[in-house]
Design a binder for this molecule. Sequence first.
Ligand code: AAL
Length: 396
Amino acid sequence: MTNTLALLLIGALTFSCSEQASKETTVAENATNQVTAEQLDHLGITNPDHLSAASKRALTWSTEDREPWYVEFSGMQPLKGDLAYEEGVVRRDPSAIIQENGKYYVWYSKSTGETQGFEGDIENEKVFPWDRCDIWYATSDDGWRWKEEGIAVQRGETGSYDDRSVFTTEIMKHDGMYYLCYQTVKSPYNKRVKNQVGLAWSNSPDGPWTKSKEPILSPADNGEWKGDDPNDRFAVLKKGDFDSHKVHDPCILPFKGKFYLYYKGEQMGEEITFGGRQIRHGVAIADNPKGPYVKSVYNPISNSGHEICVWPYNGGITSLITTDGPERNTIQWAADGINFEIMSSVRTPPHAIGINRSLDTETEPVGALKWGLTHVYNNKDYQSIMRFSSNRKVKY
Ligand code: AAL
């Protein structure tokens, strides 16, 4: 139990329920926490001498008004033109949308053909829909009808760290330069393969793109596999850090004069916890967009989540946490980009969101989610990019 919580509970337990107790009575006080009669009333706690585990947790919540953080997503809608669903083609994991030269731009993972999985000839087959991808891009005048412009970043030559697949990309514009960060896999793509993060840059959203010779982020190397079955990722002698197996879903944001690379970590010997995968997020920070990126000593910075979806708001960073873990389907915010608190919970958020960075993110905390891109599984082999929208939820 943290000291803060201990103090708070001691305070709560000594609270007198007497009729005389003033409404302002403070029952526990320390530098960061006060439990007041109003708080107990607000939470509907009848008897502070008998707090359930749930009530103890609730007493740690801030009493700040959270309504501006409530958001409601509408159904997803198909795109038109080249990004409409196409049988035989995978288009997935859209980047953020940016507006340049009067057009919207998006980058995404693209591959073709069915997925065979890990049972067969992995040297020549496709193990996942995101295997054997290149990064493509498309433009649009209205965000509905898209024109596929071509390849932005291609897989590397045989033997290079990105020779098997480059995928799940994010775009950042900074100081007139464009940066694409993305996942990389080197062949052979077995279940123990370590995924890394690559970077490419250009002075135009249309390229050409220059790729980093080395990855800018790699998994922690302090885990130890058990046995040598390359397709058993659950057998470990030691799991290692939260990101000992894969660093995924990278997204770089300029923040406080530095560059914050947010990412999803996968751990060797991953377990199922809270009914979902054991997935957490981390951040690595650099002075320059090209790195070197140094992992924060506070990692992991989430205990839940999946694909990274982050945007700046009110001098801090907001993060939409979806899919896995006890805090899935929540919006969280951190003044320092590291210590995130839950601001609201969200019903059915879209997955793999590409934030629309041309929107106003400052007027409303959830303004960045008004509309953007996501993907759906049309079937197990093929995915397509869709459009989502949302509104601030003001009434219940
Ligand atoms: C997604 C992302 C990453 C994974 C795969 C493709 O949900 O987390 O991008 O590698 O699935």
